[in-house]
Every structure is written in C-alpha cells, then in structure tokens.
Design a protein around this ligand. Structure first.
Ligand SMILES: N[C@@H](CCC[C@H](N)C(=O)O)C(=O)O
Length: 275
C-alpha cells in the first residue's frame, strides 16, 4: 500500500508520494497507469519527495511525466512540493532547498500563502537545451506539417520552445504542439509554448508539454516564455503569465540571473494505492 496526495498548481495536476517515509519504486508501466485519467488516479506528472543526497539540501525531487519518462524540472510541481512537505510536517522552514537532476531549486513560502520558486539560471546554448542548431540565436525555425515555425528556445532545466501567436485561443496547440515536441531538432523532445503578448508585462500562454500533452498550466513553460520574450526584446520583467488554469508571476533580471516564479499550490485529496 502506498500513500499519496493529489495536488495541483493552477490545474497542472500531480500525484505526490512521500518517498522519505515509505519505499516508492514504480515502473514506467505503473507510472503510466497511475497517470491515466480513466484507469488510474489521473495526473500530468508524478512527484517523489525523497531524502536529500547532498548534505546541505532538505530534499531530493524526482519528476515523472504521464508517459512514464523521468524529467529534471517541474515548476508547478515545485510549489506543490513546498506545500506538501509543510502539510506533512516534513519541513516547517520558510525556505526549502531541493535538488533535482537539473540542479538546486529554492522554494519560499510567502506570507500571502503563495510560493516563490527560484528556478535557477536559464541556459540558451543550443547544446544545453538541447537543440540542433549551428549557433545560438533568439529566433530559430523548424519545418513541421506544411509550415515553417519560428520559435525561441531555452533550457529551464528542461527544454522549451516558445512560438509567438496572435491569439492563444486559436493557436494550433494540439496539432503543431506534438509535431514540434518530437521534432528532430530536439534530441530529448521539448515542451512547446504558444505565447500571445498583451503588453510588455503581460502574456497569455498555452503549453503542449513533453510527455503529458497540453496542460492547464506549465510553470517552467511560463518561465521560458517570459525569458524568451525578454531576450527577444518583446517583454520586460516582471511578467504576468495567464495560463488556462490561472496566472503566474515571473521575474528575471537578465543573463546570469535566476528566474523567480510565484503562484499557488493546492492539495485536493489523499489516498492509498494498492499496486
Ligand atoms: N508541468 C511542469 C513541467 C513538467 C515536465 C515537462 N513536461 C518536461 O517533460 O520537461 C512545470 O510546471 O514546469
């Protein structure tokens, strides 16, 4: 029997396991079944809260997409992580140091109940994203379907492409999203964001997530869109990002600085699972 908690960050939903106090060893098949919305609990990602590997961290954080793939970053999940460890009494500190495969995240509980995550320093070199491109640029192109798509790209600890759109409501998220997610330009696939600029401090965004499909919100995707928009000279910090599930607030002071993401995290229910 495994105890789990169902949580969400703006509708990007998670099954969260305390892997400090119970052994959690799930195969990719079991992960896929858990995430299935008809035959399982249903979620976009599965999150594991583990004991730290580094002595100066509070926890280690593992993330699995709905398709069973393990990944290195999940921003909405990080806010849920902070709420989970507080609600479970695993860590009552206001600042929590969490290591992932992509590096360290700092999670901060704010007095207003929201959580701010230091998502680390974005990386733009094509090899770091990874993206097959001759040289770094603020605009890349890829042919998919019958069109050439123009995008910006960044690693937020996971790979993101950000495409401009005039109207996010009619953007081809469910057709171009999967084509670019597994495009040959992205050797590790990518999360594909469609960004509509409202003004220099405000965008609308939909994200087709690698390994999970379109979600109601993507935290790392919101950071990627803000950072790409700033790099392209379209946006200025801070940036409000309206996603289908609600709004996130992103701050970034430019190259070499970490990205700060603020938003809510919600617990939905608890359960036990027999495998
Ligand atoms: N929903 C997440 C991102 C989860 C991982 C992503 N699908 C990937 O494969 O990189 C977020 O809030 O950042």
């Amino acid at each position: 029997m495994l105890r789990f908690t169902k949580m969400h960050g703006l509708g990007n939903d998670f099954v969260v396991f305390d892997a400090v106090n119970q052994t959690v060893a799930l195969t990719p098949d079991q992960l896929r079944q858990l995430a299935d919305r008809h035959f399982g609990i249903g979620c976009d990602q599965i999150l594991l809260v583990q004991a730290p590997i580094q002595p100066d961290a509070h926890f280690h954080y593992r993330i699995f997409n709905a398709d069973g793939s393990e990944v290195s970053q999940c921003g909405n999940g990080a806010r849920c992580f902070a709420r989970f460890v507080r609600e479970k009494g695993l860590c009552l500190e206001d600042e929590i140091r969490v290591d992932t495969r992509a590096g360290r995240l700092l999670l901060r509980h704010r007095p207003d109940g929201q959580i701010t995550v230091d998502m680390g320093v974005p990386r733009f070199a094509p090899a770091d994203i990874p993206l097959k491109a001759e040289q770094e640029s603020v605009h890349y192109t890829a042919a998919a379907g019958s069109a050439i798509h123009r995008f910006g790209a960044v690693s937020m600890g996971n790979p993101h492409a950000v495409l401009p759109t005039d109207d996010v409501d009619t953007a081809p998220v469910d057709t171009v999203g999967p084509l670019l997610e597994s495009h040959a330009s992205f050797p590790e696939r990518a999360n594909i964001g469609f960004m509509q600029k409202i003004d220099a401090h405000h965008i609308r965004l939909r994200v087709y997530e690698r390994g999970s499909g379109e979600t109601l919100a993507c935290g790392s995707g919101a950071c990627a869109a803000a950072v790409v928009g700033i790099e392209q000279g379209l946006l200025q910090t801070p940036v409000r990002v309206d996603l289908p599930g609600g709004s996130l607030y992103i701050e970034w002071q430019g190259r070499g600085a970490p990205v700060l993401m603020s938003g809510p995290a919600t617990t939905v229910f608890e359960g036990t699972l027999e495998l």
